[in-house]
Ligand binder design. Sequence first.
Ligand code: NAP
Length: 284
Amino acid sequence: MYKIIDGKAVSAKVKEEVRLEVEKLIESGIKPGLAVVIVGDDSASRVYVNNKKKDCAEVGIISEEYALPAETTQEELLNLVETLNNRNDINGILVQLPLPKHLDEKAVIEAISPIKDVDAFHASNVGKIMIGDYVFLPCTPAGVMEMLKSENIEICGKNCVVIGRSNIVGKPMAMLLLHQNGTVTICHSRTKDLKAVCLSADILVAAVGIPKFVKADMVKEGAVVVDVGMDRDENGKLCGDVDFAEVADKTSFITPVPGGVGPMTRAMLMKNTLMAAKIQNNII
Ligand code: NAP
């Protein structure tokens, strides 16, 4: 019998912990602030930004939204980032990706002060993750780790397979599992015999972006399956990278979509913003 790892419940716990810490900070005169920058009118980005503002309100973090028109120039965007870097009342800066095509995402991320980079996408923070000396963890992989921890799932010595090697999810995910002494394999679109690799997994993390990609014949009996995917099925309904209906029975633990990794990503952003406020006020 499998157990569902409830991302909503775990994220509520994380957010409550953040809220209590924020409350204490506010009592001591520090008001954590997050600036969220959105360029253009991508509807998915708009939903994500609204959710982030909602989360901030819930935990007591002040949020400022900068909604810029699609035709914003690179210079204008970089100027805004610079202004936010220099403001003491803004502890975290998040530029919602993807940016319109004419803008250089890499340059924009690199312009964010690393101590305000609450997404942990800046090269300096990515490098710190590699050497295990990190302050901010990228929100999605950090959320996955928190979910595994919530069920006391042992990682040490386990075969961990991550499908996907993006900078945002796959690579840092693999690194975090490695830091917990997992034996980690990263798979991607050129992996040969993906099924055989997946069948070796005690912990399987899917971050592929293909609806219901992971099927029952790719999952070892008793494995822990984490579904990072946020996809749409043939009816336009939100689903994950794992075919939950056929995979769940083979697992010991599985995360659902929706209600799994998604809420955790949001909660970890709040945790990173709190951390940023503490660092910038020399509390850590
Ligand atoms: P991405 O940048 O498109 O990366 C997808 C990865 O999957 C790539 O490394 C790709 O390999 C690999 N892949 C594609 N087809 C494959 C195949 N047939 N076999 C094996 N590997 C294959 O996507 P991402 O940004 O990492 O996101 C992945 C999923 O997570 C998406 O559904 C996204 O919406 C979701 N997501 C969710 C959250 C959340 O909060 N829940 C956050 C971020 C992302 P190559 O490198 O060889 O192309």
